[in-house]
Each structure stands twice: as structure tokens, then as C-alpha cells.
Write a protein that binds this ligand. Structure first.
Ligand code: GLN
Length: 285
């Protein structure tokens, strides 16, 4: 037998050896999951020998992560915008970058001062954007749409779990097709990776995450263009469309937006790393 402290060191060493960036942190997370305890409890037990069943559970989780399965799939959770989301294979793992989109959506809606705004999250995945907006915009209704049954099921489960089942309505369908009413804001983190770049991304993304949530076609903008064409028919006067994009796509996406929505004005918002990340298209009231 060896102590938890020794086992944590060993797990971290093995994670580092396969090129994982934060091996110590991830070793802690995997053992916290295996022992079903929080970090304070983990550190209080460093000198104890874990039970064999717990060590076996930790080894099974570690083996998955060593194959570069995303940590969020291994633990089944990811925090986004302060909300603990259930995450499953088959659905994109929420990224910190996307919090920039949520921040900007909240700010745009605050400036509109519309009571009980109606929001659409197109391509909702795990429900990260939909839940963050429902939780942080007073009296908002969010229509969350995805073409993946796995995503729709997960968004519903996450909304129920956080008591947002009434205000987050979830639809299986293609882009804006299921929207039941005009909206004040469309927020979308659609697939925007170029098809030829997808295989070059890290294995967590290229091997384990669903290509249907990432692959945006030859220039990455196939779904973005379709959404921009469809959007005007679903927007209230003065409504906005917020799209997460790759920093390299802004000029082209803005040019297309100007064509599809000639009366609207587009601007970009940078993420915490200073890269253009969110295209904001605002129509006139
Ligand atoms: N930012 C994601 C990635 O490169 C892409 C997400 C998306 O296509 N919407 O991993």
C-alpha cells in the first residue's frame, strides 16, 4: 500500500508523461472524483492509505485521461459561468472562451432594458450558454435548439438540475427552424472549425469531441452563414445576434453579415486572451 499523497504524485507523473498541461491539478480532480470528496478532504487525507476499491476507481479514471479523453468526460462535469454542468461524451465540452459571449449577451440585453427578454441559444450543446443567460438575465425565456438528440437531452437535464426547466425550453431541430416566437437576442456557438484543421487539433478535441459540434465546413463558416440568412425572420426590431468565432474569421463573417442583414451594425468583442472572439450584430429598433 502507499499513501494518497504518494499515489497523487504517481498519477500526476503519468499524466505529465503523456503531455497533459496541468498534471497536478488533474491528478487531484481524478482522485477527488474516485473518492467522492472535495479538495479540502483530499488534502486532509494525504497520509492515509486509500481503500483498494477507491484506488481501483482512480486507476480506471486515470486510464481514460491517459488516452486523452477530455477531463470533463471522465469526471462527467464542467463548471461554466459559475454553474456546475453535467457533461457527457457526444456533446461539446464548454470552453472558458464562451464566457465572453455570455458576458456580452448580458450587457447587450441590459442596454435594451426589455422586460422578460426572449433569447435563443442555437446549437446549445450541454446548455452552457442557455443556462448562464437564464440564470443571469431577469425573467428571460431561453429557447435552446440543437440538432443532436444527445445535446438536447443534456441541456434539458442540466436545466432541470438547476431549477431552470421552466425558463429554458429545449428543441431538437435545425438552427432557427424550431423557434416558436421572435426573439430579442440570438446567441450561438456553432461549429466553426475548418474541416481540414479539425484533425490537427489536440486529441481531446479531434478524437473525443463530436465533429458535428466542431466542423464548420471548408472555411468553418457554413453554419454561421446559414444562421445569418435565417436570423432576420426570427428577430424583434432592435434585436441582436452574437456569434462565437475563430479570431481569423471576423472579416469574412462581418462581410457576410452586412450582406444578409444590411440594416444591422456589426462589431467584435475580444476574449480574455485579447483575441477577437464574439461577433455582435445589432439591428436597428
Ligand atoms: N473553440 C473550439 C475549439 O477550437 C471550437 C468550438 C466551435 O467550433 N464552436 O476547440
Amino acid at each position: 500500500m502507499s499513501t494518497l499523497g504518494v499515489r497523487l504524485d504517481d498519477t500526476a507523473r503519468r499524466l505529465a508523461a503523456v503531455g497533459i498541461d496541468d498534471p497536478r491539478l488533474e491528478a487531484d480532480v481524478l482522485w477527488m472524483k474516485a473518492l467522492d470528496i472535495d479538495r479540502a478532504q483530499l488534502y486532509a487525507r494525504l497520509h492515509d492509505d486509500p481503500a483498494e476499491a477507491h484506488a481501483t476507481a482512480a486507476e480506471a479514471l486515470t486510464a481514460r485521461r491517459l488516452r486523452r479523453e477530455p477531463l470533463a468526460y471522465v469526471t462527467g462535469t464542467r463548471e461554466f459561468y459559475g454553474i456546475d454542468l453535467t457533461i457527457r461524451p457526444g456533446v461539446l465540452v464548454p470552453r472558458p472562451d464562451t464566457e465572453t459571449l455570455v458576458d456580452e449577451a448580458i450587457s447587450v440585453l441590459a442596454h435594451r432594458a426589455e422586460p422578460a427578454p426572449v433569447i435563443a441559444d442555437i446549437g446549445c450543446g450541454s446548455g452552457a450558454i442557455a443556462l448562464a443567460l437564464a440564470a443571469n438575465v431577469a425573467d428571460a425565456t431561453v429557447h435552446a435548439v440543437d440538432r443532436s438528440p444527445a445535446a438536447v437531452g443534456l441541456t434539458r437535464a442540466n436545466a432541470e438540475r438547476h431549477g431552470l426547466g421552466e425558463r429554458v425550453r429545449v428543441y431538437l431541430g435545425d438552427l432557427t427552424a424550431p423557434l416558436p416566437e421572435p426573439v430579442d437576442l440570438i446567441a450561438a456557438n456553432l461549429p466553426y472549425v475548418r474541416s481540414d484543421e479539425l484533425p490537427t487539433l489536440e486529441p481531446e478535441v479531434s478524437v473525443f469531441e463530436p465533429a458535428e459540434a466542431l466542423d464548420g465546413g471548408a472555411d468553418g463558416l457554413d453554419l454561421v452563414r446559414r444562421l445569418l440568412r435565417e436570423a432576420p425572420a426570427h428577430l424583434k426590431p432592435g434585436a441582436a445576434v452574437l456569434l462565437e468565432l475563430d479570431p481569423r474569421q471576423f472579416d469574412e463573417a462581418a462581410a457576410f453579415a452586412a450582406e444578409a442583414m444590411p440594416d444591422a451594425r456589426a462589431r467584435s468583442v475580444r476574449d480574455l486572451a485579447g483575441r477577437e472572439r464574439v461577433l455582435v450584430i445589432e439591428t436597428t429598433a
